[in-house]
Design a protein around this ligand. Structure first.
Ligand code: MN
Ligand code: MN
Length: 356
């Protein structure tokens, strides 16, 4: 008799049995999310054979060019999750307003917010992409197609996670009791519990940031990166490596698998814009996963999961990963509120010194 493998469905039912008050509706909801991710994995895995690569010729509410796969993945999420009766409403990166559950289907008490295809510019180069999802309870007396239903801090998420469509497809999720990873077995069509109790190491010597934005960084970020780059001879006394995949899911997954710290900080480009990543369906769900794995998720200034959202597509600075590194970055933000940083990054010894 081979060793028995636990499927995602069995895992969720097991979790449900531990909480006598939990309903089967939640299990069914996670099953539908799983199916949406399997459908997207199938299309993404077909690559050019699916003949749906390239731009859709449209822009989403954020002004970003939509890929055909962005549009298709969004449809797959909506169609797979709208009918089951567990949801009061949905919100998507690709939709300006919350999605109203069609009248022919029953309504439930949960809200689902998602980024159907994260890192879609990676599709053409065959690099990993993913889907990100966040589940909230719909507040009493508020309809699930009202924007204010979704404006809850990330700490209130009841479930969050992502799928990564890489060399294998994985689903990584949390119900608030640790983080679990499941690998898609394509032959039997099931996600298998391959990564129980995923943890982010507290320390690291690997950071990820888009260094082309250096000229816009705030002093705290300049100082942090500067000190990493100075390596063994600098204040940190050790050499660092740098990574950048430009896909939030792929960055989060790497950090869960082997540690690291990720920064997409608020910068000085646009006053009033507080970062690039979206709070409700990017930073909050990834933040919950990272915190549940023992890491820390921050705006740079404080816990991302405590931010009171003001809008469905609100952006946020986002710094997450190794707890000690993120706390250090937060400390630097506090320090440089009161005294400026004389950035050697741009000084005579600086690594990004302008060549004149
Ligand atoms: Mn995204
Ligand atoms: Mn997307």
């Amino acid at each position: 008799m081979p060793q028995r493998e636990t499927t995602l469905t069995e895992f969720i039912i097991g979790e449900q049995r531990r909480f006598p008050g939990a309903t089967g509706g939640f299990t069914a909801l996670v099953n539908d999310i799983r199916l949406a991710c399997k459908r997207i994995a199938y299309v993404v895995g077909k690559g050019a054979l699916a003949r749906i690569h390239g731009a859709a010729g449209t822009r989403n509410v954020q002004g970003e060019e939509q890929q055909k796969l962005d549009v298709l993945a969004n449809e797959m999420f909506l169609r797979t999750n709208e009918w089951g009766g567990h949801l009061a409403g949905m919100a998507s990166e690709e939709l300006e307003h919350p999605y109203r559950i069609p009248d022919e289907y029953p309504r439930g008490r949960y809200l689902l917010a998602f980024d159907p295809l994260d890192g879609s510019s990676n599709i053409d180069v065959n690099a990993p992409v993913g889907s990100i999802f966040s589940v909230l309870a719909c507040p009493e007396g508020v309809a699930g197609d009202e924007e204010r239903a979704f404006l809850q801090p990330g700490a209130r998420q009841v479930c969050a996670g992502y799928a990564i469509y890489g060399s294998s497809t994985m689903l990584v999720l949390t119900f608030g009791r640790g983080v679990h990873g499941f690998t898609l077995d394509r032959e039997i069509g099931e996600f298998i519990h391959t990564h129980p109790g995923m943890r982010v190491p507290e320390d690291t010597a690997e950071f990820a940031i888009n260094a082309s934005n250096v000229r816009f960084w705030e002093p705290a970020v300049k100082r942090y990166v500067d000190e990493c780059m100075a390596g063994r001879s600098g204040p940190r006394g050790k050499d660092f490596n740098m990574r950048w995949i430009a896909s939030l899911v792929a960055e989060a997954h790497r950090i869960l698998m082997r540690g690291g710290v990720f920064l997409y900080p608020r910068d000085e480009r646009e006053q009033g814009r507080s970062g690039r990543l979206r709070l409700l369906y990017e930073a909050n769900p990834i933040g919950m996963v990272i915190e549940q794995a023992g890491g820390r998720a921050s705006t740079g200034y404080g816990p991302v999961l405590e931010v009171e959202p003001a809008g469905l597509h609100q952006r946020s600075g986002f710094v997450f990963g190794a707890r000690n590194e993120v706390e250090r970055i937060e400390q630097y933000h506090r320090d440089h509120n009161v005294r400026p940083y004389d950035a050697p990054l741009f000084g005579s010894r600086g690594l990004f010194r302008a060549q004149g």
